[in-house]
Design a protein around this ligand. Structure first.
Ligand code: FES
Length: 113
């Protein structure tokens, strides 16, 4: 998937929110959440919370984290690390690029540090 997948446009995802890209489109083991942080940046994480069956795209995105809509675990948008319980397992990040107003996803590619 070296060329990536165009998954959305920047105007389609309000700040603080996210959308889900189905695994049938990404070819990954989980759906992928595309998340728009309050600083204007975009991030891609596995969509299913590592605690239970919740969609992180339906959570709240703010200050570098996404908060799960069910039990409020928090995950770092850049690293996938858990930063708030009850989840104890980190999630997986995927590289994305914003090209103009287009959001391109590179499933299973680790984002640059
Ligand atoms: S399902 Fe996400 S914290 Fe419980």
């Amino acid at each position: 998937m070296a060329d990536g997948i165009k998954v959305s446009t920047t105007s389609d995802i309000p700040e603080g929110e996210g959308v889900t890209v189905p695994k049938e489109v990404t070819g990954t083991v989980d759906d992928i959440a595309i998340l728009h942080d309050t600083d204007g940046t975009f991030w891609a994480l596995n969509d299913t919370c590592t605690h239970a069956d919740a969609s992180l795209a339906e959570g709240w995105v703010e200050d570098g984290c996404v908060e799960c809509p069910i039990h409020s675990s928090k995950f770092n948008l850049k690293t996938g690390a858990v930063s708030g319980f009850p989840a104890t397992e980190d999630t997986v990040c995927h590289r994305l690029e914003v090209r103009g107003d287009e959001i391109w996803l590179f499933p299973n590619e680790t984002p640059p540090a």
